[in-house]
Design a protein around this ligand. Structure first.
Ligand SMILES: Cc1cc2nc3c(=O)[nH]c(=O)nc-3n(C[C@H](O)[C@H](O)[C@H](O)COP(=O)(O)OP(=O)(O)OC[C@H]3O[C@@H](n4cnc5c(N)ncnc54)[C@H](O)[C@@H]3O)c2cc1C
Length: 562
C-alpha cells in the first residue's frame, strides 16, 4: 500500500501450506462455532446511492414529490470528496463565500473518510499521501497552510509526527518477514535469482528512461504528453512486460500488486502508461540496496491513524454549516441564467431545490451523467470509457498485539507475498507508546480484475454476501503471516465500495472526452479524480481546485495537452 520501490517467485510451498492450514482452521471454526468476533458493514449507505437509479423515495409511483424548500445561493458543489472539498476551497479563496456543498453520506471525505474502533481512529479508505513533488503545487500550499510542511533554509521540512515512522513496510515471504515490499532475491528459489535480479535491473532502467523529461508528473495534467506516452497508453501493462521479456514471477507478482494497490486492478487490466506512471511519477523502481542508500527524505509518506480523513476533515472544517451531509442530489438542470439542483434530504425526508449561478459536479463521472438533464457528449463518452474497480476495506480491532514471526519488525504496511489481498496497515503505527498492544489493522482488497461482467459480479457479492464471509476471506488472506489473527480479532467493520476508483485501462488516459470535461465549462464544471484516469489525493484535489477556480471565473489552470 505504499510506494517505495524495494526488492521474488510465486508463493513457496511453505506459504501455500501455511495458507491452507489457516484457511482450514477458519473453515473448521465456521463449521463448529460462530466466529468470536462481532462486526458488520459501516460507512456507506447503499440505499442512498441506489436512489440515484430509482425514482424519488417518497412516492410509490416514482414521480417527484413536492419541493419542500427552495434556496438561491452563489454556488453549489455536489459531492464532498477530496475534489469537492478542493473546489470549495478554491471558490472561497476567490471570494465566493455563498458556496454550499451537498454530500450524499453523513460525513464529508468520500473515499478519504475515517472510522474509529474502541477509541482508536482508523481509515475507511485512503490512508496516506506521498510527500508531494514540485509540480503538486496546490497540495504543497495546503500542507503549508495546515502546518504539515515548513520551509527551512530553502528546503521543505515535514512534521515528524505525520511522516510515516520507520519501519515503513515489510513482506512475508518464505516463512519470514523481510524489509521492503519488492521480493528480495535471497528469498527466491536459487534457480530464479540471477534472472530475477537482471529483470529487476532491466525494469528499473526502463522506468528511468521513460520518466525523463517531465513525462510522468503529478498531477498528470502537468505531464508532457507525447506520441510515446500515447503508445504506452494503448497496450495493457502485462502485454508490454511480456514484449520486453520481463517475465520473472517475483517481478510480475510485485508489479501486479502495485497496480492492484494504486489502481484497484492488476497488470492485465491497466495500461503500460499506468504501470510505468506508478514508479516514474515518484522516485523510480529501486532495488532494496538502492532504497537503503537513497536520501532519507525520498519516498516519504504522510500518514495519520485515520488516514487521509485527517486532511478531509481539515478541508471540510471551514465550510461550517455550508456543508450539507445527507443530501442525495438527484437532478441537475442547467438553464440560461442559473442551474437548478434537486436533492433528497435523507434526514427530513424532503425534496429540496437549490438554485445557483454555478455548480461543480464533484461526483464520479457516471453519476454526473445521471444527474444532468442534458449531459454533454464528452460526458456520455467518458462513461463509456471509464470503468470503476470495486474495493473492500476491513478494519480489524485487536485487544492485543499479534505474535510475530521471524524477520523484519512490525511495520506500518505489511504484505503477504503471493496473496490476492493487499495486506494491512496498522492504525497505531504512528503512536509513540512504548509497547505493542491493542490496535486496529486496516486490510485492503482490490476487486477490479476482469471485464464488466466480473466487476458486476463483485458488486453483487459485496451487496449480497454476509459480512462474515468477507471478514473470513480477509482474515484467511493474512493468516499465513499471522495464524493467531482469527483468535485475537474482537470486531471487524467492513466498508464496501461498488465503484471505488477509475481503472486506468488502455485508452483512458488518452481519452479526449476526459480532457474536454477538465476544461472550463459554462455553468456546470466537472471535478473528480476520474478525470485523471486514476484516483489519488493529488489528482482529486487538483481537479477540485481547478474546477473551483473555473467556477469562480478565475484564470483557468493549464490542463496540458493530450
Ligand atoms: C479503498 C481505497 C483506498 C485508497 N487509498 C488511497 C491512498 O492511500 N492515498 C490516496 O492518495 N488515494 C487513495 N485512494 C484514492 C481516493 O479515491 C482519492 O484519494 C480521493 O479520495 C478521491 O476523491 P474524489 O473527490 O475524486 O472522489 P470520491 O471520494 O469518490 O468523492 C465523491 C463524493 O461525491 C459524493 N456523491 C456521489 N454522488 C452524490 C450525489 N448524487 N449527491 C451528493 N453527493 C454525491 C460521494 O458520497 C463522495 O463523497 C483510495 C481509494 C480507495 C477506494
Amino acid at each position: 500500500m505504499t510506494r517505495s520501490r524495494g526488492e521474488g517467485s510465486g508463493p513457496t510451498r511453505r506459504d501455500v501450506l501455511a495458507a491452507s492450514l489457516a484457511f482450514g482452521a477458519l473453515a473448521a471454526c465456521s463449521r463448529d462455532e460462530a466466529p468470536r468476533y462481532e462486526g458488520g458493514w459501516v460507512g456507506a449507505s447503499a440505499e442512498r446511492g441506489h436512489l440515484l437509479r430509482g425514482g424519488w423515495p417518497a412516492t410509490k409511483s416514482g414521480s417527484a414529490p413536492e419541493i419542500a424548500v427552495t434556496r438561491r445561493v452563489g454556488a453549489v458543489i455536489v459531492g464532498a470528496g477530496i475534489a469537492g472539498l478542493g473546489a470549495a476551497r478554491a471558490l472561497r479563496g476567490a471570494g465566493v463565500d455563498d458556496c454550499h456543498v451537498l454530500e450524499l453520506e453523513d460525513t464529508a471525505g468520500g473515499n478519504s473518510r475515517g472510522h474509529a474502533m474502541a477509541g482508536m481512529r482508523c481509515p475507511l479508505g485512503a490512508h496516506y499521501l506521498p510527500v508531494p513533488g514540485p509540480t503538486a503545487t496546490e497540495v504543497i500550499e495546503l500542507l503549508d497552510e495546515l502546518g504539515v510542511r515548513r520551509r527551512v533554509n530553502g528546503g521543505a521540512v515535514y512534521d515528524e509526527r505525520m511522516l510515516c515512522h520507520s519501519p515503513q513496510e515489510r513482506l512475508f515471504i518464505d516463512g519470514g518477514w523481510r524489509d521492503g515490499l519488492l521480493p528480495p532475491i535471497e528469498a527466491l528459489p536459487a534457480a530464479e535469482r540471477a534472472t530475477t535480479l537482471a529483470q529487476y535491473r532491466a525494469f528499473s532502467a526502463a522506468v528511468a528512461a521513460a520518466g525523463d523529461d517531465g513525462a510522468f508528473e503529478i498531477p498528470t495534467a502537468r505531464s508532457r504528453w507525447s506520441v510515446a506516452l500515447a503508445a504506452l497508453d494503448r497496450v495493457p501493462f502485462a502485454a508490454w512486460l511480456d514484449a520486453h521479456g520481463l517475465v520473472a514471477p517475483a517481478l510480475r507478482w510485485y508489479l501486479d500488486y502495485c497496480c492492484r494497490d494504486d489502481y484497484g486492478a492488476g497488470s492485465a487490466e491497466v495500461s503500460a502508461w499506468a504501470g510505468l506512471h506508478y514508479f516514474a511519477s515518484r522516485h523510480g523502481f529501486r532495488l532494496q540496496d538502492d532504497v537503503r542508500s537513497a536520501d532519507a527524505g525520498e519516498g516519504g509518506v504522510l500518514t495519520w491513524p485515520e488516514g487521509n480523513a485527517w486532511l478531509a476533515e481539515r478541508l471540510a472544517a471551514p465550510l461550517g454549516d455550508r456543508l450539507h451531509p445527507g443530501r442525495v442530489v438527484r437532478a441537475v438542470d442547467e438553464g440560461r441564467d442559473d442551474v437548478t439542483v434537486d436533492a433528497w434530504n435523507a434526514t427530513t425526508g424532503q425534496r429540496e431545490r437549490w438554485i445557483a449561478g454555478r455548480v461543480v459536479l464533484a461526483t464520479p463521472l457516471f453519476i454526473a451523467a445521471r444527474l444532468l438533464a442534458a449531459p454533454p457528449e464528452a460526458l456520455r463518452e467518458a462513461t463509456r470509457v471509464v470503468r470503476h474497480a470495486p474495493w473492500l476495506v476491513a478494519n480489524l480491532q485487536l485487544d492485543a498485539a499479534l505474535d510475530d514471526r521471524p524477520g523484519a519488525a512490525p511495520s506500518w504496511d505489511n504484505v503477504v507475498y503471493g496473496s490476492a489481498g493487499l495486506g494491512y496497515v496498522d492504525a497505531m503505527h504512528q503512536s509513540t507508546r512504548p509497547f505493542a498492544g491493542a490496535t486496529v489493522l486496516t486490510a485492503y482488497l482490490a476487486l477490479g480484475a476482469g471485464g464488466e461482467a466480473a466487476l458486476a459480479e463483485q458488486r453483487r457479492r459485496l451487496l449480497g454476501d454476509d459480512w462474515r464471509a468477507w471478514a473470513g476471506r480477509v482474515i484467511a488472506d493474512i493468516a499465513p503471516a499471522h495464524p493467531d489473527l482469527a483468535a485475537k480479532v474482537r470486531r471487524v467493520d467492513l466498508m464496501r465500495y461498488g465503484h471505488a476508483m477509475s481503472i486506468p485501462a488502455p485508452g483512458v488516459r488518452s481519452s479526449a472526452a476526459l480532457h474536454e470535461l477538465a476544461a472550463p465549462q459554462r455553468r456546470v464544471h466537472f471535478a473528480h479524480a476520474d478525470l485523471s484516469a486514476y484516483s489519488v489525493f493529488e489528482e482529486a484535489f487538483f481537479h477540485g481546485m481547478r474546477a473551483g477556480r473555473a467556477a469562480a471565473g478565475q484564470r483557468a489552470i493549464d490542463i496540458g495537452g493530450r
